[in-house]
Ligand binder design. Structure first.
Ligand SMILES: CC(C)(COP(=O)(O)OP(=O)(O)OC[C@H]1O[C@@H](n2cnc3c(N)ncnc32)[C@H](O)[C@@H]1OP(=O)(O)O)[C@@H](O)C(=O)NCCC(=O)NCCS
Length: 392
């Protein structure tokens, strides 16, 4: 097997998916992908677009404006039609699936130079839009148990996650994201992108829109669940509706050396997993256990863990089941620069985005760290995890 190294990773800031207030309400998801492609090639002039073997783009809802966005965004931005471009869908792990498939192509020797990307615009293509479920699916599952928020409520109940702990986790997610932003830690990954401010004036967006600088814990305690009467999951403890795109440049170590590209981390192992779709948030327990079983690694061997916060209930349940960190926030290893509750969660983008952030956390804050892990849950019980390892 060849080694697959990470050369570079960039992302747009995450914008609020809102038709009147979203900073990217005037930008299409294909345009956001175009912005990250442009940044990748500007930052890596030794890599010509035509030298890529393929571009794999994760997208959770590849319909409407996002229909085959992998191919169409690539062509629309003038990139060579000779480069294969696939849209890869796996609900929230779509961007991670794109990264895993790209890495596997490199490791088997089928490809040398790959771009793995992720994109989602939850305003232009809302979650669940254009879905037509197989009717007999509902012989097996109650349709009311499948929407994401309902699964988060069920996880809270089943895993006995207290509302107070979820709110505490959300507060820390915002605090850590704001601290990382203010310390300039996202500068290495965020590409400034033109958008609109809330008044409609053009602005250059260089930060994530959802991070809250002031939090009102008393208001959070009184918020009502939008998902279930008497429920405990609220907008404050859910990842918000988001728009964003990201891309990761990956290569075989030989190709990177031949082109004179530098790298610090490589893809070590990636797994997919499945779980009961009515508690889909528990997915990372399955995926991360596979990584631990295959490698013998333990949480304390990991310098940093990115665990996507689809909802505080499921993230807390996973952290506790896997003993990844402290029982409650603040966490030491997990989501050191904040998580999706604060940064946002553009569904199909997040799986690749958390790998980009993981690599930056390792390089910036843990230069001696050997391993980092990223994992996320996904709709209908899809899940994936990726282990990265410092290159020897
Ligand atoms: C939870 C959800 C339904 C809320 O949607 P929404 O009502 O449009 O959300 P908003 O962001 O407008 O928030 C609603 C209210 O909560 C408030 N709020 C949100 N977070 C808050 C916080 N931390 N503190 C105080 N108030 C907060 C907002 O300010 C807003 O109040 P306002 O109307 O008085 O301004 C939506 O974000 C959602 O569906 N999230 C989950 C997405 C998902 O399933 N992803 C896939 C996971 S696998």
């Amino acid at each position: 097997m060849k080694e697959c190294v990470f050369i570079d990773g960039v992302r747009t800031p995450n914008g609020r998916a809102h038709a009147e207030k979203g900073w990217f309400r005037n930008r299409r998801p294909d345009e956001l992908l175009g912005e990250v492609y442009k940044a990748i090639f500007e930052r890596n002039p030794k890599v010509a677009p035509e030298a890529l073997d393929a571009v794999f783009v994760g997208c959770a809802n590849p319909s409407g404006m996002q229909n085959d966005i992998g191919r169409l965004a690539w062509l629309a931005h003038g990139y060579p039609d000779s480069v294969a471009s696939n849209t890869i869908t796996n609900q929230c792990p779509s961007g991670m699936a794109a990264t895993i498939h790209a890495a596997r192509a490199v490791m088997t020797g089928e490809a040398d130079l790959m771009l793995a990307a992720g994109v989602e615009d939850m305003e232009k293509v809302p979650m669940g839009a254009n879905m037509d479920f197989p009717p007999y699916l509902f012989n097996r599952y109650n349709p009311l148990d499948l929407p994401m928020g309902n699964t988060a409520e069920k996880v809270a109940e089943q895993y006995k996650i207290a509302r107070e702990d979820m709110e505490n986790m959300a507060i820390w997610s915002h605090k850590k994201a704001a601290a990382a932003r203010d310390a300039g830690k996202f500068k290495g990954e965020i590409v400034p992108v033109k958008g609109l401010d809330e008044a409609g004036n053009e602005m250059v967006v260089d930060r994530d829109q959802w991070v809250r600088d002031t939090l009102d814990p008393e208001k959070m305690k009184t918020m009502v669940s939008p998902f279930k009467p008497e429920g405990v999951v609220t907008a404050a403890t859910s990842s918000p509706l988001t728009q964003g795109a990201c891309a990761l440049l990956m290569a075989s170590r030989e190709k990177a050396d031949e082109l004179g590209l530098s790298y610090t981390y490589k893809y070590s192992l990636g797994v997919f997993g499945g779980c009961d779709p009515t508690i889909m948030g528990i997915g990372p327990v399955v995926a991360v256990k596979k990584i631990f079983d295959k490698t013998g690694l333990k949480p304390e061997d990991l310098a940093a863990i990115e665990l996507n916060e689809a909802f505080a209930s499921q993230a807390l349940a996973c952290i506790r089941e896997l003993k990844l960190d402290n029982e409650n926030a603040p966490f030491d290893r997990v989501n050191q620069w904040g998580g999706a509750i604060a940064l946002g969660h553009p569904l199909g983008e997040s799986g690749a985005r958390i790998i980009i952030t993981l690599l930056n956390i390792l390089k910036t804050d843990h230069p001696d760290g050997k391993y980092g892990l990223a994992s996320l849950c996904g709709g209908f019980g899809n899940t994936a995890a990726v282990l990265v390892e410092k290159v020897a």
